[in-house]
Design a protein around this ligand. Structure first.
Ligand code: C5P
Length: 220
């Protein structure tokens, strides 16, 4: 089907940040808006894929025509992604927190005059992309994102190997680029057989090009 080349294909997309609780009212988060991940989910659905979008807390609307699952923490995101397997395509775009507070407090941490200031002990979060990339139900196509502020390409290449991905979409998120939270993106596709640079594009255009590339992969 020319119009819907991904008809009959299942895709899982993660998007947005995760929120890692410190106590019932505080959390650790990052500046991800979810705009790129949501746009990719929408673009895949437009090409006919059956899309499950696992989204962290974002201020943007659920894309139309996509099954959206809302989560807060990385562990919840991992569980929702694994629950959506098997799938043909996984695009992990979420900016998952690398660490969470080792033991989040049940009650709000209180400020006690004269007492010492609390320190937060952190522990590692599950790596969702790596889990999916090495899973027995690994999707045929596993794509990761890499937000870097330095050595963008070499870091992305290392990630490709370590996480068992077919492709890493690398972008430079140094504050001067305005990519994180912004509406445009300039990416490099890192694959086992080479690198492709895309011009500066709207996040929707990056999404459409990526969805087209994914469709090609299944029809080549
Ligand atoms: O290691 P880093 O966080 O830079 O890798 C980025 C890629 O890995 C993204 O595709 C992101 O969605 C994914 N990731 C993940 N789970 C983590 C950390 C990153 O799925 N805990």
């Amino acid at each position: 089907d020319g119009e819907k080349p991904l008809k009959g294909r299942k895709a899982i997309v993660t998007s947005g940040p995760t929120h890692e609780p410190i106590d019932p009212v505080r959390y650790i988060a990052n500046r991800s808006s979810g705009r790129q991940g949501h746009a990719i989910a929408a673009a895949l659905a437009k090409l006919g894929a059956e899309v499950t979008l696992v989204s962290g807390p974002v201020a943007i609307a659920d894309p139309v025509g996509v099954h959206t699952v809302h989560v807060e923490r990385a562990e919840e995101m991992r569980d929702a992604v694994l629950a959506a397997l098997p799938a043909d395509i996984a695009v992990m775009v979420a900016a998952v927190a690398d660490w969470r507070v080792a033991s989040a407090a049940d009650q709000k941490l209180k400020k006690h005059p004269g007492e010492s200031i609390p320190t937060l002990a952190l522990t590692e979060n599950p790596d969702i992309l790596k889990t999916v990339g090495h899973h027995t139900m690994r999707p045929k196509l596993v794509i990761g994102f890499a937000a870097e502020t330095q050595d963008v390409e070499s870091n992305a290449r290392a990630k490709l190997e370590r996480k068992g991905a077919d492709m890493i979409v690398a972008n430079d998120v140094s504050p001067a680029t305005c990519i994180m939270g912004g509406s445009r993106n300039s990416v490099r596709l890192i694959r086992h057989d080479g690198v492709e640079r895309w011009p500066d594009l709207a996040k929707e255009e990056v999404a459409e090009r990526l969805a087209a590339l994914i469709a090609e992969h299944f029809h080549a």
